[in-house]
Design a protein around this ligand. Structure first.
Ligand code: ADP
Ligand code: ZN
Length: 210
């Protein structure tokens, strides 16, 4: 199954995609993770993406389209994949349609006020992409999976989060109607107090996975 995960920043796309990746044995392809890795490695692409990301703006379409097009050629995409954070604009969706067949666009929905709280406590591992929340870390500052120090993303600062939500509403939310028209949209509403496992069970149900 070739899937897209849509939804506002902080809705839990990455967390759900990582669980599904393990259970379904298909890769999670996160443009955000790939861009952050390029920034960390100091590649030319990483350096040019940095100022957009840190301001909460979108990286130019041609950059992310190129990354995804290359990535989907890899062997591990043959049996399906989860695109997490791409497409984020209508032109990106149009481009994707030229080189991929999307079976499901899953819209993961969550209220704005919950998002701001979530993102301000978010910590990430730059090595494996795992995400955590300070409320469950019990003071730990390293990744449970690989031992790397956890960091707070610069774009999780409150002012930048506001800008990201505005960018989402203006540029990405129209994709919900776009994929609905194509007949592949499914929506899961994440409840603010539900656990990760409860939300994941909802996701599997909506995707009709056993
Ligand atoms: P979020 O937690 O907001 O979903 P991501 O980790 O997916 O964040 O992305 C972080 C940042 O990387 C975005 O705010 C944007 O600057 C950039 N980015 C990621 N994916 C894309 C994309 N498809 N198009 C443009 N910019 C992107
Ligand atoms: Zn890690």
């Amino acid at each position: 199954m070739n899937m897209i995960f849509l939804g506002p920043p902080g809705a839990g796309k990455g967390t759900m995609a990582q669980l599904l990746m393990v259970d379904e044995k298909i890769p999670q392809i996160s443009t955000g993770d790939m861009l952050r890795q390029a920034m960390k490695a100091g590649t030319e692409m990483g350096l040019s993406a940095k100022r957009y990301i840190e301001a909460g703006e979108l990286v130019p379409d041609e950059v992310v389209i190129g990354i995804v097009k290359d990535r989907l050629q890899a062997d591990d995409c043959k049996n399906g994949y989860i695109l997490d954070g791409f497409p984020r604009t209508v032109p990106q969706a149009e481009a994707l349609g030229q080189f991929a067949k999307i079976d499901v666009a899953l819209n993961i929905d969550l209220a704005d006020e919950v998002i701001i709280k979530r993102l301000s406590g978010r910590r990430v591992c730059l090595k494996c992409g795992a995400t955590y929340h300070t409320s469950t870390l019990n003071g730990s500052e390293t990744c449970a999976a690989c031992g790397e120090p956890l960091v707070q993303r610069k774009d999780d600062a409150p002012e930048t989060v506001k800008n990201r939500l505005a960018v989402y509403a203006a540029q990405t939310a129209p994709l919900i109607a776009y994929y609905e028209k194509k007949g592949v949209l499914k929506t899961v509403k994440c409840e603010p107090h539900a656990t990760v496992q409860e939300n994941y069970a909802q996701v599997r149900k909506v995707l009709e996975l056993a």
